[in-house]
Ligand binder design. Sequence first.
Ligand code: ADP
Ligand code: ZN
Length: 639
Amino acid sequence: MDKNNKKINKPKFNSYWIYGLVSLFFISTYFIGGDNSVSASKNINISSFEKFLAKSEIKEVTVVNKSIAQVTLKRDALNSPDHKNANSTNFLGQKNINGPHYVFEIGNLELFQNKLELAEKKGIQFNYNFKTVENKWFDVIIGFLPLIILVGLWIFFMKRMSGGGGGGSQIFNIGKSKAKLFDENIDVKTTFKDVAGLQGAKEEVQEIVDFLKNPTKYTKLGGKIPKGALLVGLPGTGKTLLAKAVAGEAKVPFFSLSGSDFVEMFVGVGASRVRDLFKQAKEKSPAIIFIDEIDAIGRARGKSNMTGGNDERENTLNQLLTEMDGFGTNSNVIVIAATNRADVLDKALMRAGRFDRQIYVDLPDVRERKEIFAVHLKPIKTIKNLDTDFLAKQTPGFSGADIANICNEAALIAARKLKKSVNKQDFLDAVDRIVGGLEKKNKIISPEEKKIIAFHEAGHATVSWMLEHASPLVKVTIVPRGQSLGAAWYLPEERQIIKPEQILDEMCAALGGRAAEKVIFNNISTGALSDLEKVTKQARSMVTVYGLNDKIGNLTYYDSSSQNEYGFTKPYSDVTAQIIDQEISKIIETQYQRAIKLLKKHKNKLVELADFLLDKEVIFKEDLIRIYGERPFDLKKSK
Ligand code: ADP
Ligand code: ZN
């Protein structure tokens, strides 16, 4: 199928013979120097040995390293049929008179020696020696280390040459592109119909489809066809799907490869793979090349890297840029790359004529989630009027891939229960399972622990219910799942800008669990770890990232061009560091006290809710309304 493959057969010259040669060498030294070759002798157990000894068939016993005994038989014993399995010929097929013929593990040395002494007393004659053998392999390897290094270096340079030498990759076949080729009409059946939501992104890639279908329409007027588009979005948001749909719509072949596939240990391989990929694609043009995780090769060059291991990545990136610049405007190959971190990419990638189009693929909103559900529910047998609005509302922050996963999981759950169709509860169970992991039915929780958990979760629920800006609650559970012992679930509003009062309310709600433990038991526990982690992060980013703190003021220590948060050194002085720490702890303490105050005020309801939770294990919004009454803020909003 591939022209290059034929060429490979011609020179019978590949790396295997080198490895073969080296191993042959080792094997032969092993046998030739093998007068004490332990593993070449037949293994027996100690009782067989005692039998042979009693029959006086043994000429010599040598204990090696105090653990293994090598046994050499007397010459006439060797001819007996009892010993036809013994190691009686050497590797050249000659009669092995010198032995050793058997080996066995002696177990306790003292006991073994006692046995030998006993035999000696009975008048049985044999020789008995001791010896210590160091690890033979180790010796051999140390002895030949220089040679191994030389051979290794030689292979290394051969590979390097083959990588950099223009099509020379035939020698080792490592530089071959691993791209899977999805041939036009056969494989790419994906179309825009399979991509739900993503309206904006679809419109933008529609143009690429037009280019591929009808290039002359654009080139006639002197326009240049774009060479690349960059899809930017979180994992699972449908970037691969979209790229495939472009190929499917334009009916062109689709080459897909992940950025990390380019980067291997050997120098020059990445660059040669890039070259090969583009060569194949050009042969099949018009075509689409899809490079997933382009950040694996496309990270900004020469930035804060002390390992020095990045030359290979840079070479690969350079080769990619060269290829993209190189192919003429009429080659009709379009490169679509995907990443979730456009900010770390090398600016050179984004220059005109390369990935000059950036298309953002966001997490779906409620409406889009409903559409994605619709796509993935098609093959699933559900009950008649399944409420997809409800499902979409229950899954904020879920990606397309998560939703596909939920649909599948729900079908499996229903099947496990031998149902004829999948209902709403199955979907809710699937959501729970995907968010929280498997329900731990047999996790042992003492009644006392359970009570603490119930009050902790009831604390979250109560505080968030009482605060205007905290996210509304969806459900509270004390069913242990995965790592968590209980959980309060909120419906976060989908918002782009967050106001300080919203962050503070959310922090207060997150501290509500621990505050409830304090108010009820006058005690706190380790159960609030993840709450504390979340709150600390939020407080820190208020102070150091978003400029929301009076003392620190309107500045940020965030650096979008840096790969780690602050680079290697903190961008502020020690004095500022102290202020930051103080401010963070002040923010958190204030919210904690606020939560305590709230819970003290509503202690009766907190107890009522916790008792109800202990009884029911899972409670929903309706139960909270029953206990607390409607949230006043929600009423205001709906007016
Ligand atoms: P990415 O490449 O962004 O990580 P994928 O394209 O591989 O994500 O998406 C994984 C799967 O999730 C797809 O195969 C598809 O089943 C589902 N999916 C994601 N987004 C959508 C969408 N917008 N419409 C339909 N299915 C989607
Ligand atoms: Zn908590």
